[in-house]
Design a binder for this molecule. Sequence first.
Ligand code: SF4
Length: 842
Amino acid sequence: MKFYIEYDIPYHSAVTPSLTDLNSDLPVLFPYPRIYPEQYDYMCDLKKTLEAGGHCVLEMPSGTGKTVSLLSLIVAYQQHYPEKRKLIYCSRTMSEIEKALAELKALMKYRSEQLGIVEEFRGLGLTSRKNLCLHPSVKREKSGAVVDARCRSLTAGFVKEKKERGEDVESCIYHDNLDLLEPHNLVPPGVFTLDGLLRYGEQHKQCPYFSARRMMSFCNVIIYSYHYLLDPKIAERVSKELSKDCIVVFDEAHNIDNVCIESLSIDLTEDSLRKATRGAHNLERKIEEMKSSDEEKLQNEYQKLVEGLRQADEARAEDAFMANPALPDDLLKEAVPGNIRRAEHFVAFLKRFIEYLKTRMKVLYVIQETPPSFLAHLKDLTFIERKPLRFCAERLTSLVRTLELTNIEDYQPLQEVATFATLAATYDTGFLLILEPYESEQATVPNPILHFTCLDASIAIKPVFERFSSVIITSGTISPLEMYPKMLNFSTVLQESYPMSLERRSFLPMIVTRGSDQQTISSGFQIRSDLGVVRNYGNLLFEFAKITPDGIVVFFPSYLYMEQIISMWQGAGILDQIWNYKLLLVETPDAQETSLALETYRTACDSGKGAILLCVARGKVSEGIDFDHHFGRTVICIGAPFQYTESRILKARLEFLRETYRIKETDFLSFDAMRHAAQCLGRVLRGKDDYGIMVLADRRFQRKRNQLPRWIADAMTDGETGLSTDMAVGMAKKFLRSIAQPLPKTSRELSGGKGKDSWSLQDLENVQAERRSRRGEGGHTGRDEDEDRHHDMQGINNQNGTGNGHVEEIDRALEPTSNYMRNGLDEFDEGIDDDELMRMEA
Ligand code: SF4
């Protein structure tokens, strides 16, 4: 369908709109005959953000076509305005990237059919070499790091030079062929999925990975993983060329703060230090060899370093061993300090630093210190200064290139040490060194680990906000919206969470706080091992196994708790009872075991009997694996997924957030637990034609209800909270019975022709006209939108039974009991300090 979104005066922008702007409504081609109301609102808000030239945080319900709405709007925007801006779309996993590319491809096909012309457009995706390599022996390697290292040894600049000199060196033909093509036309215009790019590469004998990387500046849309923008080691090489006016989207961004932190954190162990020493010895040997064979090269490097690393490495080649881990603005642009200019001096310097780290590891108690205190101690003992340390990462890259090393994977541990040196010497705040001598509290044999941990997520993302004018942070579960601008230290022009419009109620969220025996259930530290609590959880699962058709997915807060509860269920005979109804499968930390369990689970669901998958919030299954339709009819969160608060890294981060961003510890812990719980719940609802039951089983959820995403919280009535197991089972039965009935014919008719959960073009135009007339023609303030949407959604909810209709019936039926029980529970809640409980969480 084709529709127009009218121009909105950006109410946060100081820019006065031109007459052309005011007269130009944006034509949007949407590749489906119907559109969901939330999709339309989402697009309007995206457009407002782009027009205001600012950032936004948007929460769109799971399974309501977020990606296609986003792509339709932004492509329409790019094509409509002459200064077309590039879209950088970042997602988390390869399957999500592939899905987004497929959506983009379908959209562009639809556009060309509608417009009657094929637009000049390029859309490409980028993922790691491991996924895009075509070289027969390299692509067989199992580890991504080995693929990267082997590829570099075949494609490095010196390999090409040697080849040109006629020397017998092995190179990659797929890479060499790229040099024979026009650099701006390595792949023809169009949209290539990752599979499509691989096929094209195979047909034309050219490397898909480097084709995509080199073509990035010629693309209208780039779809790749977060790391290509957020990890300075990668971003510096891959995304440096992208212009400032790009539109950046972080999809599935509910975990973006953790990605930022991980990209700047590093762990060193005794073993990695041993390997780093070995790497340094190897470097020494190579330097000696080069001295005897080609000393001029070393001399040339020395000369370049005198001029400064930036000049020495002007065009940072794509074969770089590693880029600087520090952020672009924090890089030094001066000459390399004299004491590390000569190759042998630099290696001696590194060895001294590694020896110092080894002695620091020999402690019997935990040490925590800031980077400045670490540097002061280092200087006292070894006379190593801060400045040469800052250059370590770049100096090592330069040396590896000069020595023309091919087996680069052997130098990874040395690279880690150099990365640590550069980061510790660059950043004074936002980082902490934690030296832990033992792996766990109970361990008696020392196995020290040095965590260099980033505490401030805003450090890694700061260059993105500063460089790009519009950054869109979006996900299905990103509540509370105001937490992200605080944690990531940016301001927004818009924050919005959309309700889910439904023809009828298709999911039933519930909070269960008690077992059938009225005993409170919780995975809280104090009562989690109580036999009564464990038995009640087992009973809850058993009851749902009896009534749920097909698949049930169960999430626990941690592996430890899951193992503990499973063995207690086994002892109490609960598992034997459950087995009568469903097969039980378990997620483990081992990826292969888990994928086998998943496969078996899906087969069992397909067979009709169904199965139960026991997994862990924050695990692989909870993020990125969908349980649509019969693969997930009920999801149960057994316990609230609070983090283990005795972790020193977490404690340090909490303290940092409190002191720097005024975010209270309990607020953050509760926000973090609820975002993971919401992720788990969202697994079973992947579209509007899907249905499922969502059970939050822990008394602590009762108070956190308002922290759930709006689309879940709105769908939960008061009568569906504070339940006991038997009440929850009763409601679930009723829900399943009602969802099994065909939708009453009159439903759509009742809505007066206008669809409730989706609109045809005519419906949409009517809605637009209604909104315009409500605002009064010419009143483009944008501020009345909320009222409009509320009005439209009220119309929807009044008829779709969400929160009203038959749910009210259930409410009434249960009112006396539930109110009585709820009051009882509130009293109980008052008696326990929730924050204290959270702190004690294990
Ligand atoms: S250049 Fe491409 S095809 Fe060749 S080894 Fe590297 S990733 Fe593989």
